[in-house]
Write a protein that binds this ligand. Structure first.
Ligand SMILES: [Zn+2]
Length: 413
């Protein structure tokens, strides 16, 4: 029996206790940092000892040492978990060379998102005068945080609650609910689909027969607009005195605009990933293979740094959305190293870097560049990478934004 998570965000009114609680989480994070130094010093470890950070002994030891007058013990533990997770990903990045200079989690924090675990959460309903509410427990002896919920809040989900995060983002407080559901063990197909998360299009998939390209024009235009808004505001803000009335007004307006654009981008990504995963379900696909780009695209020259940022961000987000949506339907998601998948000719197996949007090989094979990536990612997963496979393929055509772009018939492999 496996499980999957669903999340939901809710904007809430500010309460004075919120910043106090998140400041306490920040303090616990800083304590983790101090304790880690102490622990390493005592053990005589060199600072970046390779596998040390995964040590269970240190985690348990740290849990006992951490104390805080405000936070619930499990919220403290959640900070510690994030701290170790962060070390772990630092260590993984250092090994893979995914980004150039990964930084260990040594930065001190003034504030940090606070996580409340199941035992610290209580949903209250029934009294018509007070409406629906959620109570979050703090340390023993501290009053609970009492947050009103909108009348439309679906209380039937309460039994599935796993965690609630108290977040502060650009002047807005939000609660992030995470619900845990069990997956019904359903029959899934044997079919494999390869996915290339490209620079131009968010998703390009190939299932052995059809290639689908999801148009990325809309998302890219939103991202360009976001950069434009940011640039405009920072120019105007730079002319004001820092922390002046005008400065604050502009800063608030800036983040309000950015939040709105970010939501539009998120919404578009949700629509496309849902469509893709539904399609996979309908096709009886059992495994989705994502090309993992950690460490490879680095060497490719980008025209603009903003594009790279968009791509890195979108890659993580799309992979995350596909993974959780597929899991909910019982579809497996695998990640494989995508090196050379965009350069190898699916017809003759020769390597050649594509120079523009279309891939062309001296053997006469022509195809959409991202489509080649998707075909090869699938082949690589199936262990047939580089074997000459494909016969003839049509040339892809464009379709309107937010939808499927094309369906190209490919001779069965
Ligand atoms: Zn070729």
């Amino acid at each position: 029996m496996s499980s999957f998570y669903r999340t939901q965000t809710l904007k809430i009114e500010e309460q004075p206790i919120f910043s106090e609680v998140n400041a306490a989480s920040g303090a616990v994070w800083n304590d983790c940092s101090t304790l880690m130094d102490f622990y390493q010093y005592q053990r005589g470890y060199p600072h970046a000892h390779r596998d040390f950070y995964f040590g269970k002994d240190c985690q348990g030891w740290m849990d006992k040492k951490l104390s805080n007058p405000i936070l619930h013990s499990q919220s403290r533990q959640a900070v510690r978990e994030r701290y170790f997770k962060s070390w772990k990903s630092y260590s993984a990045l250092k090994k893979s060379g995914g980004i150039q200079q990964p930084k260990p989690p040594s930065k001190r924090k003034n504030y940090m998102t606070t996580r409340f675990k199941k035992s610290a959460i209580r949903f209250v309903e029934g009294n018509p005068r007070f409406g629906k509410r959620v109570e979050l427990s703090l340390a023993a002896g501290q009053p609970k945080i009492d947050i009103p919920l909108p009348s439309s809040f679906d209380m039937s989900k309460a039994e599935h609650i796993a965690t609630i995060d108290l977040c502060y983002n650009y002047g807005q407080w939000t609660l992030h609910f995470s619900y845990r559901y069990e997956t019904a063990t359903t029959e899934t197909g044997e079919e494999v689909v390869g996915v290339d998360i490209g620079e131009i299009h968010p998703i390009v998939s190939h299932d052995g027969q059809d290639t689908h390209i999801y148009n990325g024009r809309y998302i890219r235009s939103l991202y360009r607009y976001r950069n434009k808004v940011l640039a405009e505001f920072s120019q105007r803000i730079s002319r004001c005195k820092r922390h002046s009335k005008r400065w604050w007004c502009l800063t608030r307006r800036k983040w309000k605009r950015i939040r709105k654009i970010d939501n539009q981008i998120k919404d578009a990504l949700h629509k496309q990933t849902t469509k893709f995963v539904k399609y996979c379900q309908g096709k009886g696909i059992g495994t989705i293979v994502l090309g993992d780009l950690t460490g490879i695209r680095n060497s490719i020259k980008y025209g603009k740094r903003a594009n790279q940022k968009l791509h890195q961000w979108a890659f993580g987000k799309i992979a995350e959305l596909i993974t959780y949506k597929a899991k909910a339907l019982g579809i497996k998601v695998k990640r494989i190293d995508e090196s050379y998948t965009s350069q190898t000719c699916p017809k003759c197996g020769n390597r050649k870097k594509p120079t523009n949007r279309n891939y062309g090989c001296p053997c006469g094979f022509k195809y959409h560049r991202d489509g080649v990536g998707a075909i090869n990612i699938r082949e690589k997963y199936l262990g047939r990478f580089g074997d000459p496979v494909v016969a003839e393929m049509g040339s892809p055509r464009m379709t309107p934004p937010l939808g499927f772009r094309l369906k190209v018939r490919v001779a069965s492999s």
